[in-house]
Design a protein around this ligand. Structure first.
Ligand SMILES: [Zn+2]
Length: 309
């Protein structure tokens, strides 16, 4: 039994869209099969998903948007945004399983019950306070950041995002908030959704200089990532980080069907290992994107192997 909590259960797998959408409900199973094949259940503490009341969403989202979700969850018809994020029956309940589990994981880390926690179906980093975006019906990253501020009184939360897409829903929601230290590696927005995250975007107002965006060329590999990492690591270490969130999207790995980056899971291992050495000893890893099932299974389990063995 290691010091790493992993959340597993069909309630989490429910967040996903039907065929042929790339964010299918089979992503959880692809991860879990490899998790078991590697014997990682013997090295981690497995916990069931936790649901939350709809009110939890209002830590981040507007009541108007939560009402829209409440309506769409019954019919499952149409889209939650302009055409990227379909509604599905039970979308609210599935989203509440993600948000509730992520906040439970944060509480476990704050209580010292574990030093690292992993939620595979989570890290929905595109949703805005006012609506869905980019396969994300809610923004659990934003919800848990607000939860850590409100319930635990934290003032220096670090969010590191290595998903191929820019974490725009997190970035713009906290652009002027110095309690969020933000580092995002992503495929250059000139080539990939959502088109944002230029290097000049470093935060606003009181949070100027608290955010680092690192756009990568579409063919970026591990060697290029390794060259860019030290600046991000030095930046993070300038702050007295109390809690660290890693959005570990596997769509930055070569062979993803909807992105172009050419990283390998070596980068995911390297980043997870580094973040686990931060003095706060509280690392929350969220699965994020990743649409090649083998890539997500390898990347997420590589991270867990680094953290737990
Ligand atoms: Zn992504």
């Amino acid at each position: 039994m290691g010091n790493t909590c992993v959340y597993l259960g069909p309630e989490l797998a429910r967040y996903g869209f039907g065929d042929p959408h790339p964010f299918g409900t089979d992503r959880m199973g692809a991860f879990q099969q490899e998790f078991e094949r590697r014997g990682l259940p013997h090295h981690t503490h497995i916990l069931p998903p936790v649901s939350a009341p709809a009110k939890l969403l209002e830590l981040f989202h507007t009541p108007t948007y939560v009402q829209l979700l409440e309506g769409k969850t019954q019919t499952g018809k149409g889209y939650l945004d302009e055409g990227d994020t379909p509604a599905f029956e039970g979308v609210l309940e599935a989203s509440l399983n993600v948000a509730g589990t992520v906040c439970h994981a944060a509480d476990q880390l704050m209580s010292g019950a574990c030093a690292q926690a992993f939620v595979p179906i989570a890290g929905l980093h595109h949703a805005r306070r006012t609506g869905a975006a980019g396969f994300c019906a809610i923004n659990d990253c934003g919800i848990v950041i607000e939860h850590l501020k409100l319930v635990h009184g934290l003032k220096h939360i670090a969010y590191i995002d290595i998903d191929a897409h820019h974490g725009d829903g997190v970035f713009y929601a906290f652009e002027d908030d110095p309690s969020l230290i933000f580092v995002d590696f992503h495929e250059d927005g000139r080539f990939l959704y959502p088109g944002t995250g230029a290097a000049v975007e470093t935060g606003k107002g009181a949070a100027t200089g608290y955010k680092m965006n690192i756009p990568l060329p579409p063919d970026a590999d591990d060697a290029l990532f390794d060259k860019r990492w030290p600046a991000a690591w030095d930046f993070l270490n300038k702050f007295d980080v109390e809690f660290c969130i890693l959005q570990a999207g596997a769509d930055s790995i070569a062979g993803d069907p909807i992105t172009h980056l050419q990283l390998s899971s070596k980068t995911h291992r390297m980043v997870a290992r580094a973040l686990s050495t931060l003095p706060c000893q509280r690392l929350l890893v969220l699965g994020g994107g990743g649409y090649n099932r083998n890539n997500l299974a390898q990347a997420w389990n590589d991270i867990l192997q680094v953290l737990s063995t």
